[in-house]
Design a protein around this ligand. Sequence first.
Ligand code: URP
Ligand code: ZN
Ligand code: ZN
Length: 471
Amino acid sequence: MTFDTIIRGGTVATASDTFQCDVGIAGGRIAALGSDLGTAPEIVDASGLLVLPGGIDSHVHISQPSGPGIVMADDFASATRSAAFGGNTMVLPFAMQQKGESLREVVKDYHKKADGQCYIDVSFHLIIADASDAVLGQELPALVHDGYTSFKVFMTYEGLALSDMEMLKVMTVARETGAMMMVHAENYDAIRFLTDRLEQAGKTGTLYHGASRPIPVEREATHRAISLAELIDVPMMIVHVSNGQARDEIARARRRGLKIYGETCPQYLMLTEQDMDGLNMEGAKYVCSPPPRDKESQQACWEGLQQGIFSLFSSDHCPFRYDDAQGKLAPKGKTSFRWVPNGIPGVETRLPILFSEGVNKGRISLNEFVALTATNHARTYGLYPKKGTIAVGTDADIALWDAKREVTISQSLMHGGTDYTPYEGIKVTGWPVSTMVRGRFVVRDGELVGKLGAGDYVPREKSELAKPRAA
Ligand code: URP
Ligand code: ZN
Ligand code: ZN
């Protein structure tokens, strides 16, 4: 057997096993796993390194419309470059519909932004903001058929929030088409009520972002989304869960036999509401929704990961620059937390944070790390086994990790478009040193070697989790 590349001497880990083995790559795929694979034009010495499936970050926002005067800090080039340095080989951003727009046109426009501009592979989720008959009856089913097999809906945000009636209609389409539905669960009316009340009391600083959407706001919406999904009997992913009460809603649903899944993110393990208490709106750097909570919620999210209630660990990378007229403080003269664009960067730091805080500190195993950061994303969103594992026949999407490297996270080390990292100063042990997509290095020993445009768009199968129970 002939190979283009052999990765030699490393320790391979998948979601189920860890073993010493060489990896033979031919035509962009893994062609053999074993020892004594012979020789190849390229031999990669991985001794002392972990050989892991490249990270799949299934929740990132790139070049998304974000409101008047506000521009996201990452385009596809900078986001996928940053992701590659963070050990990722694929990201799944959102093609976001706005009211009145054709979903098909939104997807076409988003392809124009992405095509030829990616360092690693990408695939799009949809965002449904306009649940019209045409969208639900024609466009969405056709797009699911074409490989856009997942979509997100929002229970909050001006212009995005769906009513319960709309949620039920959308869920019906998800059930009929086999699409995986992702839900942003926060109670819109409660947030508006609390925001008005805080502002009337002069509580406009960024710290109050947390008080405007406290845990019951998320818990209630999570419970309601699950109840609606139960009525329709449709599987659902509750994204960016921030606390134990929302987590317990998911756990209870699962105990009742429902196919309800959960995702959490680094901000809910590493940040708290107090991080939003910065002088001169500096807390805007941490404003995201749901907001970071408290130490107890952090622990609850760890337990959610350990107990499998959360099957996905994603970044919810949603980057805005801080010191920039189009960034976090863009809405001129509007000094309330209400106007701060929601979202924080994290695609480059997701994996080192979970590796260090999770694997190295003994909270999760290396195999659980692989499942939470790669394999489960591929399984959930119709990419498995092409992506998300190391096995003969799969795409050679691989990250080489130095499990002992100590790094202090700092903006100076980042490769994206933002001007800050919310994780500045956090010390981690374990770092992805090289990233390879379909057998070609994108990052090699900490240097960018990949070509812009080498990342492909990947149409997806239907989720293996999105099969409804028998009627
Ligand atoms: O604050 C956040 N999470 N912004 C990104 C959009 C979303 O809701 O995921
Ligand atoms: Zn969301
Ligand atoms: Zn998001």
